[in-house]
Design a protein around this ligand. Structure first.
Ligand code: CP
Ligand code: NVA
Length: 311
């Protein structure tokens, strides 16, 4: 494994926390994946422990981090707030200070970004976001690894269709860094956060890529190499479910929409998917879909990240 030239920032809460190392992490993740498939083991995190606090449910994040730590020779602990004293009023700051005395890193899936920041401020070991209401950086590492594997480069146009949520935010901030054009296609009331979009525009100029917004999915997907969607009702938005489903219906990724894109378009979804809502089963299970590779790549991408942060 090659050493990263630039020292990584201690915490990975935004995809921009790995701005300088993004391509190198993807390269290392690709190497780790190859070695894993060849049956070679890399046990560079022996005796290392990762605490994983989940305020919300998870299939992929939990399992890929836990298995990833095991494969690297380390150990992961699944911690739910209701089993921690956190659930009885101990603060997130105190929890961070105490965990820092036991473990080598903390992965946190939080409802609120502010809680993520508070945990990070009080932790003396690296903090990795497993999603909050602002971003989902580890997902985007896996997504970029998948795009690279399927397309060979980032000279692509990614069109995100649906709710301008945490996943959309990380894609907006990450796409310029790898040199990929991106269109965020959302209804007016579901646009990405202004501050994040402004930052993405600045990064677009800096890296020489086009970052745009578009209202019409039919227009947006013209020439798309990648169509990406995510749930319309994110964890924490459940009370708005009915309104969201009504407002976003026109943004469903279905066969008719996919047919307007490039013939070789790949369709991505971070999962879990709601079949027949933001995406049809026909597309999710169809020839353009790469969603299972994306899910698998959570494991390999995060192993690359863990190796760099904790190794
Ligand atoms: N994509 C993703 O983060 O899935 P989980 O919610 O299952 O972890
Ligand atoms: N936007 C979704 C992503 C789930 C992995 C959510 O926050 O629930």
């Amino acid at each position: 494994m090659v050493d990263l030239g630039e020292k990584m920032t201690k915490n990975v809460i935004s995809i921009l926390d790995v701005e300088k190392n993004l391509k190198e992490i993807l390269r290392i993740a690709g190497e780790m994946k190859k070695k894993y498939k060849n049956g070679e083991s890399i046990r560079s995190l022996e005796d290392k422990s990762l605490a994983m606090i989940f305020e919300k449910p998870s299939t992929r994040t939990r399992i890929s981090f836990e298995v990833g730590m095991t494969q690297l020779g380390g150990h992961a602990l699944y911690l739910s707030p209701k089993d921690l004293q956190l659930g009885r009023g101990e603060t997130i700051a105190d929890t961070a200070r105490v965990l820092s005395r036991y473990v080598d890193g903390i992965m946190y899936r939080a409802f609120e970004h502010e809680m993520m920041l508070e945990l990070a401020e009080n932790s003396s070991v690296p903090v990795i976001s497993g999603l909050d209401d602002r971003e989902h950086p580890c997902q985007i590492l896996a997504d970029f690894l998948t795009i690279l594997e399927k397309k060979g480069n980032f000279n692509q146009k990614l069109v995100y269709v649906g709710d301008g949520n945490n996943v959309c935010h990380s894609l907006l901030l990450g796409s310029p860094v790898v040199g990929m054009d991106m269109v965020a296609c959302t209804p007016d009331d579901y646009k990405p956060d202004d501050e994040i979009y402004e930052r993405a525009l600045e990064l677009g100029e800096e890296y020489g890529v086009n970052i745009t917004q578009e209202d019409s999915p039919k227009e947006a997907v013209k020439g798309a190499d990648v169509i990406y969607t995510d749930v319309w009702v994110s964890m924490g938005d459940e009370e708005e479910a009915e309104r969201r489903k009504k407002d976003l219906m026109e943004y469903q990724v279905n066969k008719e929409l996919v047919e307007r894109a490039d013939d070789e378009v790949i369709v991505m979804h971070c999962l879990p998917a709601h079949r027949g809502v933001e995406i049809t089963s026909e597309v999710l299970d169809g020839p353009h879909s790469v969603v299972l590779d994306q899910a698998e790549n959570r494991l390999h991408a995060q192993k690359g990240l863990l190796f760099e942060l904790l190794g």
